[in-house]
Each structure stands twice: as C-alpha cells, then as structure tokens.
Write a protein that binds this ligand. Sequence first.
Ligand SMILES: *[C@@H]1O[C@H](CO)[C@@H](O)[C@H](O)[C@H]1NC(C)=O
Ligand SMILES: *[C@@H]1O[C@H](CO)[C@@H](O)[C@H](O)[C@H]1NC(C)=O
Ligand SMILES: *[C@@H]1O[C@H](CO)[C@@H](O)[C@H](O)[C@H]1NC(C)=O
Ligand SMILES: *[C@@H]1O[C@H](CO)[C@@H](O)[C@H](O)[C@H]1NC(C)=O
Ligand SMILES: *[C@@H]1O[C@H](CO)[C@@H](O)[C@H](O)[C@H]1NC(C)=O
Ligand SMILES: *[C@@H]1O[C@H](CO)[C@@H](O)[C@H](O)[C@H]1NC(C)=O
Length: 889
Amino acid sequence: MSQIFCSFLVVVSVLTSAVLCRDTLGLPDGYINLTTANFDAEIVRNAQVLASLKPAGGTFDFLPFDYLSLRAKNGQYHGGDITFRYRTSGSTTWITGDSSRSRKKVTALSTGALAASGLTPTLPTGPLNITREWINVSGDLGLQFTIVNSGYSAIEIGSLGFPAEFNSIFTNRQAIDISRLCSLSDPYIGMHAGQIRVAPTSGDGPALVVTPLGDTPMEAYRNLEETYYDDTAYGSQVFEGFYEWQVLSKAWAENEWAGKEPWNEPSSRTLQPGGSLKFGLRFSVAKGGVRDLDSTVRGIGMPVAHGVPGYIIPRGTAADLFLQGWSAVNSITVKPTGALASDSTGNGHYTVTPSRSAWGRVRLTVAYADGKVQTIHYYVTKPGTEAIANLGQSLTTDQWFTNTSDPFGRAPSVMTYDYEARSILQQDSRAWVAGLSDEAGAGSFLAACMKQAAHPNAGQIMKLESFIDGVLWKTIQTFDFAVRKSTFFYEPDAVPGYTYDSSMDWSSWTSWNKASAYTPDRAYDYVHVAAAYWGLYRAGRAYPSLIKSHTWDWYLNQSYSTIIRAMQDDIAYNQDGLMGETVFGEILTDLTREGLSSQAQALTAAMKSRADQWNTEAVPFGSEMAWDSTGQEGVYYWSKYFGYTSTVTKTVNSVLGYMPTVPHWGWNGNARRYWDNIYGGKLRRIERQIHHYGSGLNALVLLSAFRSNPSDSYLLRVGYGGTSGPVSSINQDGFAAASFHSWPDTLKWDGFSGDYGPNFVGLVLGTRTYVVQDSDVGLVAYGGVLTSSGTSVSVQTADPVRRIFIGPLGVLITVDAGIINNFRYVPGTCAISITLSQLSDVPVAANAVLWVESTTGTRNHSVATAGITTTRLGWQIPLSSASVTVQLT
Ligand SMILES: *[C@@H]1O[C@H](CO)[C@@H](O)[C@H](O)[C@H]1NC(C)=O
Ligand SMILES: *[C@@H]1O[C@H](CO)[C@@H](O)[C@H](O)[C@H]1NC(C)=O
Ligand SMILES: *[C@@H]1O[C@H](CO)[C@@H](O)[C@H](O)[C@H]1NC(C)=O
Ligand SMILES: *[C@@H]1O[C@H](CO)[C@@H](O)[C@H](O)[C@H]1NC(C)=O
Ligand SMILES: *[C@@H]1O[C@H](CO)[C@@H](O)[C@H](O)[C@H]1NC(C)=O
Ligand SMILES: *[C@@H]1O[C@H](CO)[C@@H](O)[C@H](O)[C@H]1NC(C)=O
C-alpha cells in the first residue's frame, strides 16, 4: 500500500551531493557498437561498460540507455563492471576493488574480441590485473574477465561480482512508457545452472537470459548499494535498485552476512603468482518470450530443472523433478542431510520425497559428469491442510486481542502480531498496522475469516462472530458500510490516559490522527471486509450450526453491501483493480446461486462500468503507486467476465512479465513486490520481497487463464508457484509472515504478520489439485499424486484446500463442505468419479453442494449417481458416510 511514496523520496534526497554528480563514464566520447547474430549492443567507448542491449534488428532495449546520462556518476553500476575482495594468503583483511567507484578511462586492448580493455586505470592499485572482453559466443553476446595475479604471493579472492543493470527504472515515466520500455529481472541462484531472467514489463516480446560462461557459478545474488539521486531515485518505490551475479561470496558471508544461512556454500578461490582465472556471462534472447526461456537455456547447453508442483512441497507427499541437462548426473546430495529422498525412475525423472520431519529450506545439489554443479532450492511445509489448521489456531489464540478497555475499540479481534516478540502489535507509528485496516492491519482477521471458507472450525467461528459484532460492524465499519482506514490513530488528546510508546516516532505522515484514520475513502480496504463476511457466509451456509449471531444471508448481504459502498464516488481507487477482489466475483456467483438477482444485477453493473473503462486503456493497471502489481487481478477477473479478450491477454502477459519460474522456491511464481515492507513490515526497507501477497493474488490470474486454456501449461507452472507462496509463509507454530527478506544479509521471514492476509485470500481462491497434460513433461498433477493405469487416471489430492481441476477434461469441481479426497477419470469416455470425505478437525457436514464447471466449453459434466438433487446451481450430495463416491458423466 501507500498513498505517499513521495514523502519517502524527499527524506532520502538530502544525500545528493553536487560533488559526485559528474559524468565519469566519458559519454561525450560516444559509443562502440557491438553486433552479433542475436544482438545489437552498444558499450560506452571510454569506460567500455554496456549501454544498450537490443535483440538483433529489434527496437526494445533491455538497458536504460535513455537514462544513461543520469547514471554516469561514480558508484553507479553498469553491465561490465566488476567488484571483488581479495587478501594475500595469510592475511585476514579483505581488500576491496570496484570498477565503478572511481572511474577512469580503461585501456583499450586488441585481443580479437569485439572489444577489450585493461581495467587497471579504473581499479585500485594492487596485484590483480583484470582484462575485460566483450565477445561473440555463437552469435550471443559474452562478457569475459581474465584475472591475473601479477604479484609475488598467492591471493585469495573472497568476493567476485558482476553487476547487472536492466531497465527497471520507472522514475518519471508514464505507465504507458513503463510498459513500452522497461524490464524486470530475477535470479536463479543455482551455481553453474544460475541465470538472470529478464522480461519486458509488458510480458510481451522477446525475453533475455544471462547464463554462465565457463566456470562462473551464481553462488549468491547481492543487492548493490548506490547513492540516491532525485533524478532516478535509486532504492525507492519507482526504482528498486540493482543486484550483482556473485561468483564468490566468502568475504561477505564472513562479515556482513555472518550468522545467516546463505543459498549456496560461500566460497573463495586462490590464485598463485602468475596464475589466471577466467569468468564470464552470456546473454541470450528467448525470441518466443518468457515461455521460451527454458528452451533457450537448454539450447545453449545449460542444465534445466523442472519441478512439479514446484519447489514448495508438503511433507509426506512425493514431488516430481525432471532434470533436463546434457550431461549425466553423477550424484545428488541434500542439505540438511536426509530432509529429501530423491529416487531416479529413469530419463531424468526423479521422485523427490520430503522426510516426515523435514521442514523449511532444503537444498538439493546435482553434480553432473561434465563438472557442472546445480543447486535446486526447496521449501518443505507441513501438509497443506495441517498448515492451514495451525494458521487458524494461531490467528485466533496468539493474535486474539481481548482487552475491551482498549480506547480504540479493537477488542475482540485478530490483530497484527510480532512473532519475534511473541506479542500482539498494539501500537505502530504506521497507524493502520495496529488499526485493523489497510492490508497490513486487516490482514490477520482477513486470513482468519477466509480460513473458515475452506476449513471451518466452531471455536474459531464463535470468536470471529464476536469480532464482527464487537469491532468490524461497529468500529472498522460505520453503519452505511463505509470502511475506515484505521481504528488506531495518534492523537493523545482524543484518548486521555492512553500512553503512546515514546520509543516510536509519531511525527511521520503515517501516524494518522483520528480524523484521518477514520476517513473511509480507500477502496482497497473494502475488499478485506467484504471477504471477511464472505468467509463466514460460506462457512455458515455449508455448516448452519456453526454461526449463531446471524444467519448466512446476513453475512452475504453485508459483503454485498460493502462492495456497493466501495463503488460510490467518495471512495478513491475504486476504478483500479483491487487486491483480493476476485472475492467480489465469488460473492457475485453466490448471489446468483442464492437467487438474489437484484443484488447480482447491481453488482454486475458496478463491475461492468469498471471493465468498460479498463478496456479503453492502453495500460489499465492503475494503483495508488507509480508502478504496481496489484491491479492486474481485478482487471483480469472482470475483463474476462465481460468478454474483453484483448484486455485479458494483455493482463496475463503483464503478470508473466513480473512472475518468473526458476528452480528456487523463493522466486518460482514470486510476483514482483519491493516496497511494502515500508508500509507493513517489521524490517522496513525497499527490497525484492519473496512471496509477498502478489504471489497468491497474481497466481489467481494465471490459474484462471490456465483453466480456460489447459494446454498452456506454463501458466500453471508459474501460477502454482505463486499459490504455494502463502503456504511457505506459515511457520511451524502456525504464524504466517508477510514476506521473506531476500537480501543476503537477512534471508529470513519478516517478524510481522502484516499484510499476509491477501496472500491467503489468493491461496483459498486459487489452490486446487490441478491435473495437466504438460507439453514438456507429460501428464502430471500439481498438488496431488497421480497414477495412470493406461485406461484411467487416479489422483490423490494433497493441496491445502482439496478441490480439483482436471486439465485434460477442462473441468473444475468444487464443494462447499468437506473435501475431495481423491478422484479418477477415464480419458477415453470422460467419465469422472470423485470421492468426498471430511477432515478430522473440521465439523461434520450433512451435505455438500458440488459444482461442476466446464472451463473450456467442450463438455458439460453432470452427476450421474442416482437420487441426487440439484440446489444453488449445483448438486446436493448427502455426506452419509465417511467417504462418498459420486459419478459424473
Ligand atoms: C550504432 O548503433 C546505433 C543504435 O542502433 C545506431 O544509431 C548507430 O548508427 C550505430 N553506429 C554505427 C557507427 O554503426
Ligand atoms: C596487465 O595485463 C595486460 C593485458 O595482458 C598487460 O598488457 C599488462 O602489462 C599487465 N599489467 C601488469 C602490471 O602486469
Ligand atoms: C559470431 O560467431 C558465429 C558462430 O560462432 C559466427 O557465425 C559469426 O560470424 C560471428 N559473428 C561475428 C560478428 O563475429
Ligand atoms: C487494557 O487496556 C487499557 C487501556 O489501554 C490498559 O490500561 C490496560 O492496562 C490494559 N490491560 C491489560 C491487561 O493489558
Ligand atoms: C441488506 O443490505 C442492505 C444495504 O445494502 C440493507 O438495506 C438491508 O436491510 C440488508 N438486508 C438484510 C436482510 O440484512
Ligand atoms: C454447457 O452448458 C451451458 C450452460 O447451460 C451451455 O450454454 C453450453 O452450450 C453447454 N455446452 C456444451 C458443450 O454442451
């Protein structure tokens, strides 16, 4: 969230210092064009760093060439720069080198490369003599460094990094230009299989991938510090900042990163006097765009791994791993030892099974016969339903706030929690975080209520009903359904006798006074409230005895009325796509199923006017922020609903532009988010966030698009990575953190629950057991275990929600009570048989309503079991025994 990122910019701009604002790149001397079969590149003549990189014959530049004059100062990094730390053997002190710090014109050399230079002038004096060459690698562009020890003693190199600059500078650009010009990049920190994947923000057109040349593993991926200047705003909401490909990282691991668990084993290399080492990177184009990245990587001889269902996997369930390298596998090792078992079934297929006690990060290291080493990074969770049960328990006990003397009227409620302090966060200088609204304050009650829609619990619902009557429908909301921005505020005179924590800084714009906090003008906040009511509606409708304060129709009407209120003219941002608003679609579906047609019509009309508007816009993904990944979900949902197909395609592409797939749990399906720690985190900084709510919510777009087009398995691969993100956030005590900190000096989950809630909304609405006929690896299940007998296919579900989608038949099957435990289908006849059962820690329902939807329009299935009646546009299935099997034809 946040309205006012510019006040953040103002604070840091004081760092700008005139003396540093000098072009040291030597731009007036011009450029050298480097042309290969696949690229038109330009380097700066004087500094020989990369200035422009376009696929051959194209106009799209992956580099910010247009901003180069703003990035010509010392300390501003470019492709071709090098950073290192070394020490003479026996010494303990690391000496730093960095080609950007004090730039001088490099010495042009003639080596037969496209361009070559000696870096001595631009590096501190020392024994390492470094030559840089831009080379033609089979028509791709290569960047190669030769490092010679020209001294008289052995040297240990403990850090070596290659800065990576791409055009992710959104500063002072219009949305349409960001979409036209910019790119986003993400790493695969996988040693010799390491990559940087770069995609245009539009998600459309060729993508770029950087891979190792020779023995250049990606051991770590380090955020680069640069001075902040107003004209580009490095390290802000409009410019996340850059990173470097780190080949060696021991010198950092020993110092700045001490005590952290790095992705790979930190290493150093020793160079004898007169000895030399070569390292390099290769730039390749995926002409077919992001879907073509794997085949591009494979095509240049690098190993590729493809995990199903991805790399966040539950204990007790076997996952698939397809290793598609060129060289034989010599060995596979696992750290922690025994956490995963990998069994080869031939042809590069492995079954990967977490042990019963495994939990958390696990690294699988594959050693190939050709000497390459690839690391694949897994995260083992508890079984999905158990993780969700733990979450529900933790939210309604540890996070349950009961002090009814609270002058802000917050009790009883599920409040934001500080897991590191093991306490409820009763105060925060960002009012909303302690104020039960905005994503970071509403997140916890939102998750608790949504949990009831999937797996209800009587005790939890009793508490949540008391929250709804005592706080939600009293203090968070006013009686006209308006939703306040915060119930907590900073205004000592308004709460006489209340003590604000004097260690907090209450002077910022975030410490709203009562009037500001109570202003109900932020449309985003309405989604959380509508979803909370809907969670109780769903639970109460399926398990009528669980709700006592109101009947199910009251909850549904509250959620409907909250949406309608959000759409009135006095509410800001209601013409933007809102995070979590897929739930508006669920509410519309339920109004229709309940026969509440006038409400359904009013809601449809309100959504249609938005979709009409978006369909006229080149870039309809507006937000309260200058660039965002929050609008796409709502734009996709309603554009699809109303049949605006070109907007639908544009939206799916846009999501694919900021959601990569790589064999690492942290980045696979991890939607771009990088500023919300400022607005909801405990550790407040601009940083690539791992599995913040963008993952669960943007996955809704890709999973829905996949259901409509089940042959596009790439959508499922990325989408399932995203929808698994919110499971990885739930720790062994059931606490769910808002995101994981990716910077190597931290590598841990944030301490606050913050804005986790919307991520969980994505999980509840998107997670299923998905069967796919994958174009790459064949028939597989994501979230379940599939066995194929030749004539029929059987699947045991293991996803957190236990609902199903059968890709080859284009059929989505949902129940409102209990779970789909397993199913079987016959590809030849399209007959389906599903077995319903109930979880042991969830109340027993007498009936389940079963909905069957054809997502591809090819065939409508109906229940064939005798004696089943229809209800609410579905079938009512008596759950008369522990397990009930239903036939569909
Ligand atoms: C170098 O490339 C740029 C951009 O493609 C082009 O405008 C320029 O004419 C080229 N210069 C030479 C000398 O080929
Ligand atoms: C560094 O390497 C370059 C290129 O091989 C060479 O010309 C130069 O003499 C070397 N400098 C030193 C100090 O060894
Ligand atoms: C680059 O290398 C390829 C093959 O490796 C060769 O066909 C091509 O002519 C080279 N191009 C240049 C510009 O050197
Ligand atoms: C409950 O809140 C009141 C008002 O802030 C405070 O004075 C009191 O100490 C709190 N009680 C507990 C048990 O924390
Ligand atoms: C439903 O909500 C509307 C406001 O949208 C309200 O006027 C009406 O009384 C509510 N109906 C019920 C049954 O609660
Ligand atoms: C499936 O049902 C829908 C709604 O009743 C209908 O419009 C559609 O034509 C049916 N499709 C097929 C393939 O029978």
